[in-house]
Structure formats: structure tokens, C-alpha cells
Design a protein around this ligand. Structure first.
Ligand code: ADP
Length: 395
């Protein structure tokens, strides 16, 4: 029987589906957005005319509508042979992807306190898909799992130890699927075995994180208990002084308000006062808008500081790797970041960088650079599809 793998990715207000064949070719993709809002809508292969969602469609309704459109329009002539779900938080329970059963679903539910915007919708997606395809093996792939190899000195905060023991307060890290893909791709591009490949992987999208990978395993990462820690992001502050909470409270702000500001109104958007979109920021900066230029400076400087920090975990480095919408496309961010890292021996080739490494096998470093610097397109869906196919084979 021909294999096909359905990948399901439920975000807080969106649902993405992708169907792969056994040769890892993507057969169809779909996205439903603005779920639970009046204007909920969906596109299949970029076309918004194929399927119509009911107003205020939730994740389950969107999934049912998309799956029946896939069937009706012959995008998915037969049921998939396996299904992979992106799940944001697996706590300490999952060090790798797992076949989903009732116990697994219960643990995903137990982890919801650590990812309240994501785990409940991930679970809703799993339940709805199980109803649609009760016989098909389903697999959960966790954003946190790849970082479960961090040692205590990297994952514990300098807090009273009871916080970890009683409340599970520790660094979990996110974007694990993407960082894992980066490690594999770098190993492949450099012709090395994963088990001897050590990289610093910078995933720069709307959310941003950087990970030190030693001999194929994650050993440190910038996101923490939640995805708010670390780098400057589109709308998230990344690192701040925890004393800020007390100070803002003395100015009359409530905790919920501060939380919202740090997550939704900070980062590139907060600094620029204009947008969280790096492409637009670059255009604004070119037109002389100083806050936008400053947002790019702060973003790149923080990133460079973290590259330095990640080197503390490694004893050799095969490559610094950029990915995500910004990492893959913004030569300006890469150039500014590398500019802060001359002392460590990182040096870019201006032309290769300008072309995002497209004509140089992803390589953008200058011959004088101490380390290779790479641009790689991430593909989290493919990792999820591979894990689903692998585990379904043992079903
Ligand atoms: P998400 O985390 O939502 O998947 P992406 O990985 O698509 O996000 O990254 C989105 C970011 O990538 C935005 O800030 C966008 O402006 C930026 N980006 C995309 N293309 C470019 C480009 N050509 N130059 C600069 N930034 C870009």
C-alpha cells in the first residue's frame, strides 16, 4: 500500500495541514486562520475559493471542512496511512515523538498549564483527527522534546529548588523540531555524521530562539519555561530584568497587563512602534525611520550576544546556522549579527550573504572565517511527517 502522511499543526488561532507521499513530496497544504472569529477562512494550496468555513469555526470544524474538501477535490483520494501532530509542550514526559493513546493525551492535557494557548488546541486537533480517522496511527511530535537532553546546569534557574520540584519550573525550550532539522541538514551538507556534528542554530521567525547542539544533541537553548525568554522576537521582549515586574506594578500595572505587553506589544513591534515584520522594518529603516533601524540593531545585537553565550556549551563548532523567515532572508540581520562576532572569528562573504547562500550551497562565510556560516530553510512539517511514518511502522 502506498504511504501518505497527514501533518496537523494547530496554533492558537490557526490550523495547518500538509499531506506528504512516501517520497516526502508534499501533495497538498492548507491553512485555516482567524479561527473562533467571525472572519474565519481557509486556503487550500493558497486558494481561498475551494473551501468555506462556517463563521466562528473552531479547530474541529476547520479540520472537518478541510479534510472533506481534500477528499472531494481528490487531493487525498484515500485515508492517510499515518498522521503526525505538532504538540507544543511535552514537559519532561516526552524525550521524543510518541504514538498517541489515551495516556499520552492525558499527559498533553496535564502540560497545558505550561502552554495554555497551545496544548489545549493541539489536543482539540488530535481528538478531531482521531474521530475522522479512528483506525489510523497518530503520532505526537513535541517542540520541547529535542531539548530534553539539556543537563541540569543548563535547564535549572537560580531559584529555590522547590520551584522545580513542586511546580516544574525549568528551562524547556521550544522550536525543537526546527533545531533538530537544522542539525541533520548541516550534517548532511558538511558530509558529517549527526553524532559528531556541533552547531549553533538560530531560528528567527516571528518567534526566535537559538540552540547549542553538541554532537547532534541540544545542550542549551534560549527559550525557557515559556517561549518568552531569550532573543528579541516579533512581538515578544525576550530577556528582561525580572525586577521590571515590581517596578511596573509600582506604576499601577496589573500582572496580566504586563504579561500581555511583553508577549504582544514588545519586541520589534514595541521598539519600532510600527510593525513586527522584519521586511517592513528594513524598508522603514531605509526611509530614515530611526526607531525601525534601532529595532534591527537591538535584534541583531541580542542575537550576537547569544551566539557568544551558546559557545560556552560546545568544545568544537561545525557551523553557525540561520533559519526561519528572518534567518533565511534577511542579509542585513545576518551581516549586523556577524559584525558583532569578529572577535570570535565569524566572518561573512558579503556577496554570498546578499544572495542568502543560494548559489553557494547555503554557505555564506568568507574564506577567512574561523567557522562555516550557513543559511538553511527549515522544514518542521517534514520532520513531523518522518516521525509519524517511522512510528506508524511499529504500530
Ligand atoms: P513564523 O514564525 O510565523 O513561521 P516566519 O518564519 O515566516 O514566521 O518569519 C516571519 C518573519 O520573516 C517576518 O518578520 C518577515 O518579515 C521575515 N521575512 C520574510 N522574508 C523576509 C525578507 N525577504 N527580508 C527580511 N525579513 C523577511
Amino acid at each position: 500500500m502506498k504511504q501518505s502522511i497527514l501533518v496537523v499543526n494547530c496554533g492558537s488561532s490557526s490550523l495547518k495541514l500538509a499531506l506528504f507521499d512516501e517520497n516526502e513530496e508534499k501533495l497538498v497544504s492548507a491553512i485555516a486562520e482567524r479561527l473562533n472569529e467571525q472572519e474565519a477562512f481557509a486556503r487550500i494550496n493558497g486558494d481561498d475559493r475551494i473551501v468555506e468555513l462556517p463563521a466562528r469555526a473552531n479547530h474541529k470544524q476547520a479540520l472537518i471542512a478541510l479534510v472533506s474538501a481534500f477528499r472531494e477535490h481528490q487531493f487525498m483520494p484515500a485515508a492517510p496511512t499515518s498522521i503526525g501532530h505538532r504538540v507544543v509542550h511535552g514537559g519532561e514526559a516526552f524525550r521524543e515523538a510518541v504514538l498517541i493513546n489515551n495516556d499520552v493525551m492525558e499527559i498533553i492535557n496535564d502540560c497545558a498549564g505550561l502552554a495554555p494557548l497551545h496544548n489545549p488546541v493541539n489536543l482539540a486537533g488530535i481528538k478531531a483527527t482521531r474521530e475522522q480517522f479512528p483506525e489510523i496511527p497518530q503520532v505526537a511530535v513535541f517542540d520541547t522534546a529535542y531539548h530534553q537532553t539539556l543537563a541540569p546546569h543548563a535547564y535549572l534557574y537560580a531559584l529555590p529548588e522547590s520551584y522545580y520540584r513542586d511546580w516544574s519550573v525549568r528551562r524547556y525550550g521550544f522550536h525543537g523540531t526546527s533545531h533538530f532539522f537544522m542539525a541533520n541538514e548541516t550534517a548532511r551538507l558538511l558530509g558529517k555524521a549527526l553524532a559528531t556534528t556541533s552547531i549553533i542554530s538560530a531560528h528567527l521567525g516571528n518567534g526566535c530562539s537559538i540552540t547549542a547542539i553538541k554532537n547532534g544533541s541540544s545542550v542549551d537553548t534560549s527559550m525557557g519555561l515559556t517561549p518568552l525568554e531569550g532573543l528579541v522576537m516579533g512581538t515578544r521582549s525576550g530577556d528582561i530584568d525580572p525586577g521590571l515586574f515590581d517596578y511596573l506594578s509600582s506604576r499601577g500595572m496589573q500582572l496580566a497587563e504586563v504579561h500581555k505587553e511583553l508577549n504582544q506589544n514588545s519586541g520589534l513591534l514595541g521598539i519600532s512602534g510600527k510593525t513586527n515584520d522584519m521586511r517592513t522594518l528594513c524598508e522603514l529603516a531605509d526611509q530614515g525611520h530611526e526607531p525601525s533601524a534601532l529595532a534591527i540593531e537591538i535584534f541583531s545585537f541580542r542575537l550576537a550576544k547569544y551566539v557568544g553565550a551558546m559557545m560556552a556549551s560546545l568544545n568544537h563548532l561545525d557551523a553557525l546556522v540561520f533559519t526561519g523567515g528572518i534567518g533565511e532572508n534577511s542579509s542585513r540581520v545576518r551581516q549586523k549579527t556577524a559584525g558583532h562576532l569578529k572577535l570570535l572569528g565569524f566572518d561573512l562573504d558579503a556577496d554570498k550573504n546578499e544572495h542568502n547562500g543560494r548559489h553557494s550551497g547555503g554557505r555564506i562565510e568568507d574564506a577567512s572565517s574561523r567557522f562555516p556560516i550557513l543559511v538553511i530553510s527549515t522544514n518542521e512539517e517534514l520532520v513531523i511527517a518522518r516521525e509519524a511514518a517511522r512510528l506508524a511502522a511499529s504500530f
